[in-house]
Every structure is written in C-alpha cells, then in structure tokens.
Design a protein around this ligand. Structure first.
Ligand code: PMP
Length: 351
C-alpha cells in the first residue's frame, strides 16, 4: 500500500462554486496530488492545497515539450456514491503516451492510491446536478532544470480536479482539413502529449475564422483518409451501420469511442472500424445515406455534427432526434455511470 502524505488546506473555496452549472476548467478543487520522479523512482507522493508551484525557467518541459496529460470524469451516482468512469483505460493510455515521450510510466498502485485519496479528500466537490461531473486531469512533465536538449531525468506527476457542467455545445460545423495536419503516422497522434494540442490551434483557429467549429483531420500523406475531429473521435451512421476510422498511430484512442462502439455492438448494430476515404464519405453524403455524424469524447460524450465541408461543397447532416443512436448511446452511458443501468462491462470504478 502506497502511503500518501497529506497537507490539508485550512480553508475551502467550495462555497464559492456554482455546482448547478460549473464552467468547465475554471475552478480546481481544494487539493491536488503531486509526486516527484528522481533517481529512477517515483517519490514523495503527497496531497497538498491547490495553488501555484515554482519551477526553474530552465525546466525541460517548457523547452522540449516532454509533457503528457489525461482527462476523465468522476460522477455522483444516484445513491450518493462516487464512481470514476474507466480509469484503468485512462492509465493505460497515459502510460502509452509517457512511453512515446520517453517519460517514466506511472505504476498502477501509485495512480490509484493518488486518485482514491484525492477524491476522498475532495469528495464534496463531485457535483450531483444532471449532466455534471468532476473532471480529473492527471498530467506529467519534465521538471529537470537543464538547457541542453535531452531526455529529462526528473519529472513531476500531478492530478487536478475541476467541477464540470452539462455540455451544451451547438451541433458542429466541420471542415475537412486538407492543408494542415495534426500529426502523421509514426508521429505522436496516439499519445496525449501537450504538443499535439499546441500545434493544432493554428489550423483550428483558421477554421473558426471561416465559420466552422472544428476541423476533420485527414491523413498527413494524402489528405485522403479521415482520422478524427478536433479533440474527438468521429463516427458516421451510414445505411444503419456505424463506421469509424480504424485506429492508427495518428489517432488518439478515445475511451468514449470504445464505450460507444461497445454499446453499438451490444445493441446489435453493425460496426465497421476501417479506413474511410473522404471521397467515399462524399458519395454517401450525396446519396443521402448518412443519417448521423457525431464526435465522441470525455467532455461532450457525443457531439452531433450538422455540416461537413468537403472542398467547396457543404453537406448538411440530419438533426438527431431522441431515437438517434447517438442520443441512445448517451443515455445508456449516463445511466451506467449513475448506477441506473447494469454496468455489464465493469466500467464504473466506485470509490
Ligand atoms: N481525440 C483527441 C485528439 C482528444 O484530445 C480526445 C480527448 N481526450 C479524444 C479523441 C477523445 O478521447 P476520450 O474519449 O478518451 O476523451
């Protein structure tokens, strides 16, 4: 059993938070977790009051980008217990990302001891209003001060938590991106490393200026095959079949993606994970065979797409009604998380 030191905050900010509709990412809970990697091992795991930390401006993460993060959610179940959704999957992806960035992986016992203790300390921060959750952000970065370009020898693993409201995004207008790339096969797309996000801001900013909400990334070599949509995986319902790009090294393996595909298979819907060419999609859109397009991700769970621009042509996607697969998948996932439907796949990790 890992011993985690605790320095608790003498005061709490909890009374200042609007738990009915918290603004995503604005407020962190009263405490945070911190551990230091040095001399080849994780040491000093501690829970401390949330607040500023100090670093050398020569910290390697700032200069050479060894920085990796995760995102998952804890829910207040209908009986008042707290459950984290599929944290083992997040840890597996965290460790794949860390490995890709030559950073030390996080042992399972450390990860779970940190999560459980932090959630126990700040359990009152898990909101209960419909659609709300406590967003959990584990992250790791190279903290060694050194200007030389090198793989760092010293890292920090931290966890922050922030109350999140129900996601009320408008349906997305997507532009198929054929000029810029997020990443390439062989690159870091499958890793949740900070640089992937910083480098995607520019093409996404341009798309926003053109009146879109996000870009639909295509492969770096030919701009012919669809990868994912902004910060979500993408799914198409075509002729009653659920089609999504097969995973490759340029795509982040979404945990929501896997959950939604599993729900589709459970419901007897045919699922295809394969390469999807933009021109193939265009034929389906032209022939009116696409009944739903949606993104999947931890923030929104499912996010409907209402328009796709391919080249110079805009294709409208039907508005999903309550019988749409995406809305059913959302309800099923929500019911499982709240303990209102049987958790047949063992997705809830109850604290
Ligand atoms: N793709 C990218 C690039 C993302 O940042 C995310 C969000 N983590 C996803 C897909 C969806 O992943 P998940 O369902 O695990 O949130």
């Amino acid at each position: 059993m890992i011993e985690i030191a605790k320095k608790l905050s003498p005061t709490s900010r909890i009374s200042t938070i609007n738990f009915a509709n918290p603004e995503f990412g604005k407020d962190c809970s009263d405490h945070m977790f911190n551990a230091v990697y040095r001399n080849g091992e994780w040491t000093n795991p501690e829970i401390i009051p949330f607040g500023d930390i100090t670093f050398s401006p020569a910290m390697l993460a700032l200069h050479y980008g060894q920085s990796v993060f995760e995102g998952m959610k804890a829910f207040r179940m209908h009986d008042g217990r707290i459950s984290i959704f599929r944290p083992h999957s997040n840890l597996e992806r965290f460790n794949r990302s860390l490995d890709r960035m030559c950073m030390p992986t996080i042992p399972e016992d450390l990860f779970f001891a940190a999560l459980i203790e932090l959630l126990k300390v700040d359990q009152d921060w898990v909101p209960s209003a419909p659609g709300t959750s406590l967003y959990i952000r584990p992250f790791c970065f190279a903290s060694e001060p050194r200007l030389k370009i090198k793989i760092a020898d010293q890292y920090q693993f931290m966890i922050l938590m922030s109350p999140a409201g129900k996601y009320f995004g408008n349906p997305y207008r997507l532009k198929v991106e054929t000029e810029y790339t997020r990443t390439a096969e062989g690159g870091t797309g499958y890793a949740k490393c900070a640089g992937n996000y910083g480098s995607s801001f520019y093409p996404v900013k341009k798309a926003l200026e053109e009146g879109f909400d996000q870009v639909l990334w295509t492969d770096a070599k030919e701009h012919r095959y669809i990868d994912e949509a902004g910060m979500m995986n993408i799914m198409f319902m075509v002729d009653g079949k659920l089609i999504t790009p097969a995973l490759n090294s340029a795509i982040l393996e979404g945990i929501t993606r896997d959950s939604v595909l599993t729900i589709a298979r459970d419901k007897g819907i045919e699922v295809e994970e394969r390469r999807i060419a933009v021109d193939e999609l265009e034929i389906y859109l032209r022939e009116g065979r696409v009944t739903e397009v949606f993104g999947t991700g931890t923030a929104a769970v499912v996010a409907p797409v209402k328009l796709i621009r391919i080249g110079k042509v805009d294709y409208e996607i039907p508005v999903p009604d309550e019988n749409s697969f995406q809305n059913k998948a959302y309800s099923i996932l929500n019911d499982i998380r709240l303990g209102l439907a049987p958790d047949t796949h063992g997705w809830n990790f109850i604290i």
